[in-house]
Design a protein around this ligand. Structure first.
Ligand SMILES: [Zn+2]
Ligand SMILES: [Zn+2]
Length: 416
């Protein structure tokens, strides 16, 4: 995009045409920044491949022009490829406090932490990098402290939605700041890039309040232990489980490294608020009656070494499935994992547990806006140009069509 001598060039290195590897290079004549740096978990046909990362050649060739990396939120498809880029560049990473906490955990694992600068950004304070200024707008998503971006460039304003949904009944302040998007957009937005993941789903995504109410029904119903699996970065859902445990006089213990690590970090850093007498160790939990126990477990995707999978196989060192256990799988079944998860569910039933998963009742909500929410966002930002991002090709195609329905000129709604 050109005006006088100014230009803005966008180079997507991933995230368009497949879900994962979100990584967008944005540059003016003087400045280059990267928005998100994610990985993708491989499809079945990539046998033996652990992770898929974007090709970084273009960034590395221009590393002298590169001034920073901006992260919208802490999901793996947005931060997961950092360990493969950071050894080659020398710029700060910017993100919310929670996002950077996850980044630091990751960089520590890769022995990179001491070499890399990070800087926390907040919604009240714009960040200028060269001739580009970023404003951070809170968005509701399946992870806390995510941001959409209002970007001021020499050629005009750009809005990037980040991964978002519009929860109409937000809890704990986890809400998309639509008003901030509206204020920023008032003087005219040149380009809008928006999350396309759920463009095929009508209406609005389920709200976290609805999910909590379904979970509460099961807490009321359960007579024995309650075992819960969830995504280990879904801090808000963890808070709900702790709150429900408190409400029903139960104690919570955790089995599984990634989950325990995130919960402890979230408690230390104040991202969740848990009474000391509710959270306990597995040993301490053993002293209570089954009707007073909640176990948070890794294994929402049937991962072979996870706590739930080992329990389902009778191979867990400290725990066994009892008759009367209720297992709540409070997360989406990622399509490639269906077989592994189904095997776990069958084994749990075999051992006498009852299992609640997405086919039984919705105890998980998508973090991505459905069609009506996408419309609201398009009508709020009212861009001159639209580029759908974060989706498989058919999602991008349909989102570009939706933008035309919402008033973007047909030739300016562009699938890259
Ligand atoms: Zn996300
Ligand atoms: Zn994402």
């Amino acid at each position: 995009m050109d005006s006088d001598n100014n230009y803005l060039r966008l180079t997507p290195l991933g995230g368009l045409g497949a879900i994962g590897q979100n990584c967008m290079v944005m540059e003016t004549e003087q400045t280059m920044v990267v928005i998100d740096c994610g990985l993708m978990f491989p499809d079945d046909y990539l046998l033996g491949v652990d992770v898929v990362i974007p090709r970084f050649d273009y960034i590395i060739q221009n590393k002298n022009k590169l001034k920073g990396i901006i992260l919208t939120h802490g999901h793996e498809d947005h931060i997961g490829a950092l360990p493969w880029l950071m050894p080659y560049v020398d710029v700060p990473i910017y993100g919310s406090r929670f996002t950077l906490q996850l980044v630091l955990n990751k960089l520590t694992e890769f022995n990179l932490k001491d070499y890399i600068k990070t800087q926390v950004v907040t919604e009240n304070k714009p960040l200028s990098i060269g001739d580009i200024t970023f404003n951070f707008f809170p968005v509701c998503h399946s992870i806390i402290e995510g941001f959409g971006l209002g970007i001021e460039t020499p050629v005009g304003k750009i809005v990037h939605s980040g991964d978002f949904k519009l929860d109409q009944e937000p809890m704990g302040g986890h809400q998309t700041d639509l008003e901030a998007f509206r204020q920023f957009s008032r003087s005219g937005v040149l380009l809008f890039m928006s999350d396309s993941t759920n463009v095929e789903r009508d209406g609005y995504a389920l709200t976290e309040r609805e999910i909590m109410s379904s979970l509460r029904d099961y807490f009321a119903l359960a007579r024995g232990r309650i075992l819960v699996t969830l995504f280990s970065s879904h801090i808000q859902r963890m808070q709900e489980i702790f709150d429900l445990a408190g409400e029903f006089g139960r104690k919570v213990a955790v089995s599984g490294r990634s989950l325990a690590k995130n919960i402890e970090m979230a408690m230390e850093e104040g991202f969740i608020d848990v009474d000391d007498d509710i959270y306990c160790s597995l040993d301490q939990l053993a002293g209570y009656k089954d009707s007073q126990k909640v176990l948070l477990l890794t294994g929402s995707q049937g991962e072979p070494l996870s706590a739930l999978t080992r329990l389902a196989l009778g191979e867990h060192k400290q725990l066994k499935i009892n008759k009367g256990d209720m297992v709540l799988m409070s997360s989406r079944i990622i399509p490639g994992n269906t077989k592994a998860i189904t095997r776990v569910i069958n084994n749990l039933y075999r051992l006498g547990a009852e299992v609640v998963y997405e086919k039984v009742r919705a105890i998980h909500a998508s973090g991505h806006a459905h069609r009506d929410e996408l419309k609201v966002m398009l009508e709020t930002v009212k861009p001159r140009f639209f580029i759908p991002v974060h989706g498989e090709y058919r999602h991008l195609f349909k989102h570009a069509e939706l933008a035309r329905e919402c008033g973007v000129a047909p030739e300016r709604s562009i699938v890259l």
